[in-house]
Design a protein around this ligand. Sequence first.
Ligand code: URA
Length: 443
Amino acid sequence: MLARTLIERKRDGGRITSSEWRTLMQRYGSGEVPDYQMAALAMAIFFNGLDRSEIGAMTDAMLRSGASLDLTHLRVGRVDKHSTGGVGDKVSLVLAPLVACLGVAVPMMSGRGLGHTGGTLDKLEAIPGFRTDLSLNEAIRLVERVGCALIGQTNEIAPADRRLYALRDATATVESIPLISASIMSKKLAEGLTGLVLDVKRGSGAFLPELDRGLALAQTMIDLGADYGCPVVALLTAMDRPLGRACGNALEVEEAIMALRGDGPADLMSVTYALGAEMLLLGGVVADRDEARRRMEVAISSGKAAAKFEEIIAAQGGNPAVVEDPSLLPQAVECELFLAPRDGVVAHVEPRAIGRGITMLGGGRTKVEDVVDPSVGFVITARPGDIVRAGEPLATVFARDRDGVAGGLAVLREAIRIADDAEPPLPLISHRVTEAGVEVYDG
Ligand code: URA
């Protein structure tokens, strides 16, 4: 009865109290409240929103639906990073070993693909043998031993979010500031962090494309962190084009490995260094961003960051040899170049079309139970603003068969727009948001 009452109240613009949120999430976690009622509530929230104290209460109720990581015995800062979701966003794969090898503990809990966006868990599972379904105890031992654990949500941590996340994907209720904030912060606050860095995406491929909504999302999550004494810093970064060149699980792992070996694309490295500097500052191991940048560059050029990735992969049951030899990653059966259809300027590389294209190729899910093919995707070398000639290669499709190749080429024809001239793309990193307020990012 409670769920129906709350759906009705939220539908009519009313409020849900803290104790109602707690009871609702407990009953949802135990299976007493069915998915169809949570879906109806999510839609009511999508349209009518939640006020600040309701967002806090919902987050707290989801956080308490499971256990938390207790890492207080570690004598180092514990910092994670989370992205609000993008296409080609393999930053976590580079950042986790990079920051961990510089002395900050990184207990990183990630999600699977959601909507058109990719998920870090699906990418990691492209590495043969890699296990993301670690128990809490295994994760704690790993952070103690290796300085990092790359895990998924088990039933132990924020199980209410785990179910709701998949449900929102299936019911078109992802794009809501209260729901995204509660989802991200309930699992991040369960990690027992001393700091959190958020990569809030903006632009056509983001769940919330508009700058003002991205800033509001960042501010909401920073406030939620403050409720628990966890400092949160957010950077607003561009998602009006994919990040880096590779889009698709194994292809992105390969690009992340190349980045750790010193050969990453410039945009991926800029976002990685910017977020990494914030993590190192929050972790208390550097005095300023310049020192952070220098230490990260040395960790990459010396091979220390790549060695840490090997160590993490081995510790989580994967084959660490992929770092030396990325050809050990799953390989697509078919691949074909996509050529520029005309002379002109690359006006747009549409991330949503690319993200949906990966799903069409078999690399993403339309249903929770779908099995993902890690080998498929796109490598897109064309960047907005590039001047191109007809017949010049702009991208490559990686597919399971010839039908996949044909479908992939059709996706690229739609996603890569060549015109006579082009609007400038969004700045790669535009704003930095902290408890103190919003500043224009100055690098
Ligand atoms: N990432 C999450 O963890 N949750 C959301 O709702 C969106 C992105």
